[in-house]
Design a protein around this ligand. Structure first.
Ligand code: C5P
Length: 221
């Protein structure tokens, strides 16, 4: 739509896991389904924004009205994010792999009876910190996510300073909560001043719509 609280705005969203290849048939990944990030992208488009969704490999449909750029690795995700800028609002909801194998073998590693070769890992670029730390071309509002299993709020407060973002959406992804892959989410909005706003448990689509309304208010008109 040409109207709505984000009409005329450019929005960038990352979503899903990353796949970090070990060899042509194996990879390192995580349990992110992409449902929350995709719901946010759909809500931004419904609010009138021009939306680019940079997504790792997911099993859910593309949200309507959104330009989707499909990537596999964290490094590809960073490249796609750079190419999608500038944006007014950037929301980093992807569960980016922190590490990748130091080398990707060109042929399938064989099980040859000897002890398995150790997997050496190296750190991936931090996409959120890279974009939030920019002086030129930084989106006006940069939102990070924090998926934690322990001391969710303390971790989020530390993260917001370390990453340089404006707000963190924190959630508890302990297995008992069923958030990863599930349809509901309980989020806490953590501000730069350490303030916390906890929302009730809601459907991820509803969380997406409320987050977009909140970010539109923060951006103003
Ligand atoms: O450090 P941690 O992974 O917990 O931070 C989570 C936030 O940082 C999320 O917004 C996630 O999308 C972003 N992130 C990123 N690039 C990474 C790691 C995390 O953009 N390599």
């Amino acid at each position: 739509p040409e109207s709505g609280p984000l009409a005329g705005r450019r929005v960038l969203v990352t979503s899903g896991p990353t796949h970090e290849p070990i060899d042509p048939v194996r990879y390192l990944a995580n349990r992110s389904s992409g449902r929350q990030g995709h719901a946010i992208a759909a809500a931004a488009a419904a609010a009138g924004a021009t939306v680019t969704l940079v997504s790792g490999p997911v099993a859910i449909p593309d949200p309507p009205g959104v330009r989707v750029v499909a990537v596999e690795t964290a490094r590809e995700m960073l490249e796609a994010v750079e190419a999608a800028l500038p944006a007014d609002l950037a929301i980093f909801a992807a569960a980016v792999g922190d590490w990748r194998p130091a080398e990707t073998r060109e042929s399938k590693i064989k099980k040859d009876g000897a002890a398995p070769a150790p997997l050496t890992l190296v750190e991936n670029p931090d996409i959120l910190a890279t974009i939030a730390g920019r002086s030129a071309g930084r989106p006006r509002l940069v939102i990070g996510f924090a998926a934690e299993t322990d001391t969710v709020l303390d971790n989020a407060r530390a993260k917001i300073a370390r990453k340089g973002c404006d707000l963190i959406v924190a959630n508890d992804v302990s297995p008992a909560g069923g958030v990863m892959g599930g349809s509901a989410n309980t989020v806490h909005l953590v501000g730069r001043d350490g303030s916390v706003e906890t929302w009730p448990t809601l459907d991820k689509d509803e969380v997406g719509r409320r987050l977009i309304r909140h970010f539109a208010d923060l951006l103003g008109s």
